[in-house]
Design a binder for this molecule. Structure first.
Ligand SMILES: CC(=O)N[C@H]1[C@@H](OP(=O)(O)OP(=O)(O)OC[C@H]2O[C@@H](n3ccc(=O)[nH]c3=O)[C@H](O)[C@@H]2O)O[C@H](CO)[C@@H](O)[C@@H]1O[C@H](C)C(=O)N[C@@H](C)C(=O)N[C@H](CCC(=O)O)C(=O)O
Ligand SMILES: Nc1ncnc2c1ncn2[C@@H]1O[C@H](COP(=O)(O)OP(=O)(O)OP(=O)(O)O)[C@@H](O)[C@H]1O
Length: 494
């Protein structure tokens, strides 16, 4: 791309220094180490490093021009000073890929909880109707029917645009995280449909308070295409505020939820391992059967249904396909153990999600609920007290153990677990840092008809300091399955 074209594609230009005549960029990179000769280097002031410190190294590696936020002169290549280099990086990632999102049917799903679940549901109903779908999210990225590992819930702009460029799918479904929005990873992406699930206390180590978190999420809806549709769960004040904001910008909003003013409403849910529900849609009452437990999952399904309707799917078709969806990886996954003990692996990592998950176990008939959980290291520590209070209130016994340490030393986390239990826990709980032992203990202590609920990371094959010890025990679900099948684990059932 010639520098003149490039300058036309980016926003917030402050100054251009150096000789630009005849200069062009073959590609872009924000990493001095990965940069190929002839690429433009975009210097980003990040959270752990500052790309501006690597400008000379990028130039030495063959950068044809540099873009950054600082005022700089005397570089041997042209330097473009901009207001926001993350934004410009994403704008250029989209330009270099030929703005692929413009020609794709794009679906963006945001909210604190339920993004993965809802995106799997949307994919399922679209595929059941004969459409092919790409899916980018926390578990895996799927494109043209192939799966690729996912490093982030929302990929960085280069990866995102290159995935979009190669997609031949009828729809692209994206989980959109607040980190992704605030770091402009989705800048330049245009959406046909955007869906909001809910907002709960999370990521306040990153955002400047919950209002800031909310407004960051709300920005996604500014990226709707001209005739794009918003689908919003209005059960919370956050959802109602979002619907008002989006409507005030002249957009059509399809509201859904359990509240009386939602035109697409959940009327009644019969909770069980196979919940059934009645929904009200334009004066018609429909019945919905599901294989995924949890009232919140019925609500997620209603969101998927609302979005599917906006995309032109037939209600009866969606009801019938939702009836067949039986598993979402790591989300309320059930493993039946001997002695009629039920184990659940669930990715709840906020107080609201924990409450939903533990209450669902009770509503589905658990005699007693034995809860095993911990906290990801280096992530919002302010939500931990509420998570402990929630478990102390709902579960019958709980064990605090290590979850993915994410770089935090295990003894530091152990001290934190003891402090949290001492300050916020009750007599139902204790600390057992060794995760394998904690799971085994909870199962050994469970009686016939009890449930062992293990929350946090559960399907990820690797966790920093996750002490599942054999090759077969790759993740919590396979660990439980192996435990069930192995003679040697008989001792855990008394
Ligand atoms: C805190 C955070 O979100 N950081 C993200 C951010 O990193 P950063 O830009 O701040 O990078 P940095 O390491 O400080 O480096 C700054 C710049 O210097 C450059 N550099 C650095 C070294 C060098 O030798 N040369 C060089 O050029 C780097 O390439 C970079 O451009 O931008 C990177 C590129 O997009 C991300 O990979 C990275 O994600 C980190 C690893 C991360 O863990 N992020 C999590 C919190 C996250 O994004 N999570 C959400 C989901 C949250 C949820 O809902 O649960 C997600 O979407 O996945
Ligand atoms: N609609 C909902 N309301 C409240 N809690 C929910 C809802 N949907 C799912 N949950 C809970 O949140 C957990 C995480 O769900 P899911 O993975 O779908 O959310 P997510 O938004 O993708 O989270 P993350 O981005 O952190 O992966 C579930 O395992 C469940 O316990």
């Amino acid at each position: 791309m010639k520098i003149t074209e490039l300058l036309g594609d980016i926003s917030g230009i402050q100054a251009v220094a150096g000789q630009t005549e005849g200069v062009s960029a073959l590609g872009i990179s924000s990493n001095s180490k990965n940069l190929k000769a002839g690429d433009a280097f975009v210097a980003i002031a990040g959270h752990s490093a500052d790309g501006h410190d690597y400008i000379h190294s990028a130039v030495a590696n063959g950068a044809s021009l540099v873009i950054g936020e600082r005022s700089l002169n005397n570089l041997p290549v042209p330097y473009i000073q901009v207001d926001n280099s993350r934004k410009v990086f994403a704008q250029l990632a989209s330009s270099f890929a030929g703005h692929p999102s413009r020609d794709l049917k794009m679906i963006g799903i945001t909210g604190t909880n339920g993004k993965t679940t809802t995106s799997y549901m949307v994919k399922h109903i679209l595929e059941s109707a004969g459409y092919s779908c790409a899916l980018f999210g926390s578990v895996v990225n799927t494109i043209n029917g192939q799966e690729y590992p996912s490093a982030h819930t929302t990929p960085d702009p280069l990866e995102l645009n290159s995935l979009l460029k190669s997609s031949n799918d009828d729809f692209v479904i994206m989980e959109v995280s607040s980190h992704g929005i605030s770091q402009h990873r989705i800048e330049g992406i245009q959406f046909d449909y955007c869906l909001f699930t809910n907002l709960d206390h999370d990521h306040l180590d990153y955002h400047n308070g919950i209002e800031d978190y909310f407004y960051t999420k709300a920005k996604l809806f500014d990226q709707l295409k001209k005739h794009g549709k918003a689908v919003i769960n209005t059960d919370s004040n956050w959802g109602r505020r979002l619907a008002e904001i989006v409507e005030s910008k002249g957009r059509t909003v399809q509201e859904f939820g359990e509240n009386e003013s939602a035109p697409l409403r959940l009327l009644h849910v019969e909770e069980s391992m196979k919940p059934s529900a009645r929904i009200l849609d334009e004066g018609q009452i429909l019945s919905l059967q599901m294989l995924l437990p949890g009232r919140y999952n019925v609500c997620n399904a209603l969101g998927a249904y609302a979005l599917g309707k906006e995309a032109g799917l037939r209600p009866e078709e969606m009801i019938s396909s939702l009836k067949r969806l039986s598993n979402i990886p790591g989300r309320f996954e059930v493993v039946h153990l001997p002695k009629n003990i039920t184990a659940i692996v669930d990715y709840a990592h906020t107080a609201d999600a924990l409450s939903n998950c533990l209450r669902t176990a009770k509503a589905c008939g658990a005699n007693s609920v034995h809860h095993v959980f911990g906290f990801r290291g280096n992530r919002d520590a302010t939500k931990r007290s509420e998570m402990i209070r929630t478990s102390a209130q709902i579960s019958d016994q709980y064990i605090l153990t290590l979850d993915d340490l994410n770089g935090v030393p295990s003894d530091t986390m152990e001290i934190e677990l003891n402090r949290l239990q001492h300050t916020f826990g009750n007599e139902k709980g204790r600390v057992l840092p060794d995760r394998t032992l904690a799971i085994q203990k909870a199962i050994a202590e469970a009686e016939e008809g009890d449930w062992v609920v293990i929350t946090g990371k559960g399907i990820e094959p690797y966790q920093d300091s996750y002490q599942l010890r054999t090759d077969n025990d790759k993740d919590t679900v396979s660990f439980l399955c192996n435990m069930r099948n192995s003679e040697e684990h008989g001792l855990y059932y008394h």
